[in-house]
Design a protein around this ligand. Structure first.
Ligand SMILES: [Zn+2]
Length: 343
């Protein structure tokens, strides 16, 4: 059975992502529809690309594995402005991608051009056969400076306003997530309390990773959009984690570990503890373990010294005090069942 037009459109919409210029998006979908009428099944593989995604692609074949697929750094590709799409032909059943530049492929390009696209296959220096773009006459440096083209759709009369910030025009259907963030995977397209918690943790990290530094509240807004994805990726790079833009267990664990320790309250612990000579041994515990028998790392020997007296540095638990021993700071248990004397 032949793949349905709807399937091709749905897959393409998903692959184009949010952040597409509406005219470019609509025209790309029109190319698919018109091709379909001619029995050519075409699908969009790529549309809008965030700067982070462009960087990832640029790294491929350079600092990461794979072949070099682009010479464009972030901001240098029309995809970064939602003004380009890439297409490919799919098999009649919709299961396979066909990358052969044949008559069908060229027919799709021709349909695209009739609707206002420029085709990468026409370029003389570097032929980019899957690529269709609309610049509206703007140069890359104008785009980089923030200018946006005024495009007229040949599908109907939709016009995008000039200088429109394409990035802010999002067509994402935000998916709400609830509860507290405890390492469940968060991703682009979600919003809610856990996302805000992630953003807050990123921003409180040292160094901070703001979703959008300088923006209102530095972009902490409970929406996991491209800026948040970018912040997560920068965080992952910085700490040598798998760089996938997803905030899951690994990111959560790392953020928790790096969390600035709350300023330890000045210890109110005062006085001394005396371990009498009647005690042969007295277990010690490192400060980072629970002071229970099996965790003991060493023993003091009060009997040998005719009793031992220590200054109390802290009282981390009830009936437990921190002292400084010959092996550094240790906790000892001084509950009422012991012979310890606290003064
Ligand atoms: Zn392209």
């Amino acid at each position: 059975m032949a793949v349905s037009l709807n399937t091709l459109l749905e897959r393409s919409i998903r692959n184009m992502g949010s952040g597409m210029n509406q005219v470019v998006k609509e025209t790309a979908l029109e190319v698919i529809k018109r091709s379909y009428k001619e029995g050519i099944y075409v699908q969009i593989s790529d549309g809008y690309r965030s700067h982070a995604e462009q960087q990832k692609l640029y790294n491929q074949g350079r600092t990461t594995s794979g072949n070099i697929v682009t010479n464009a750094k972030p901001g240098q590709s029309l995809h970064n402005y939602g003004l380009a799409v890439d297409y490919f032909i799919v098999s009649d059943d919709g299961q396979k991608a066909i990358w052969t530049v044949n008559a069908k492929w060229k027919r799709v390009a021709a349909i695209g051009k009739s609707l206002g696209f420029e085709w990468g296959g026409d370029w003389s220096s570097f032929k980019d056969y899957p690529h269709l773009q609309m610049t509206g006459g703007l140069t890359l440096s104008q785009l980089q400076a923030g200018k946006r083209p005024k495009l007229t759709s040949k599908v109907d009369d939709t016009i995008t306003a000039p200088d429109q910030k394409v990035e802010s025009e999002t067509v994402t259907n935000w998916i709400k997530v609830t509860g507290d963030w405890k390492g469940q995977t968060l991703r682009n397209g979600q919003y809610g309390k856990p996302v805000k918690q992630l953003q807050t943790m990123l921003s409180k990290n040292d160094p901070p990773f703001y979703p959008n530094k300088g923006a209102k509240n530095n972009g902490i807004d409970e929406y996991y959009g491209d800026d948040t994805e970018d912040a997560v990726e920068r965080y992952q790079s910085y700490y040598g984690l798998k760089r996938d833009g997803l905030a899951g267990k690994e990111v959560y664990g790392s953020l928790k570990e790096n969390e600035p320790k709350s300023k330890s309250k000045p210890s109110q612990a005062k006085g001394t503890v005396h371990l009498p000579a009647s005690a042969k041994t007295w277990r010690t515990y490192k400060l980072n373990v629970k002071p229970v028998k099996k965790n003991s790392d060493w023993s003091l020997t009060p009997a040998r010294y005719g009793g031992l007296t220590y200054k109390i540095l802290d009282k981390p638990y009830p009936d437990v005090v921190t002292i400084k021993t010959g092996r550094g700071k240790r906790n000892i248990y001084v509950g009422s069942g012991t012979s310890a004397v606290i003064k």
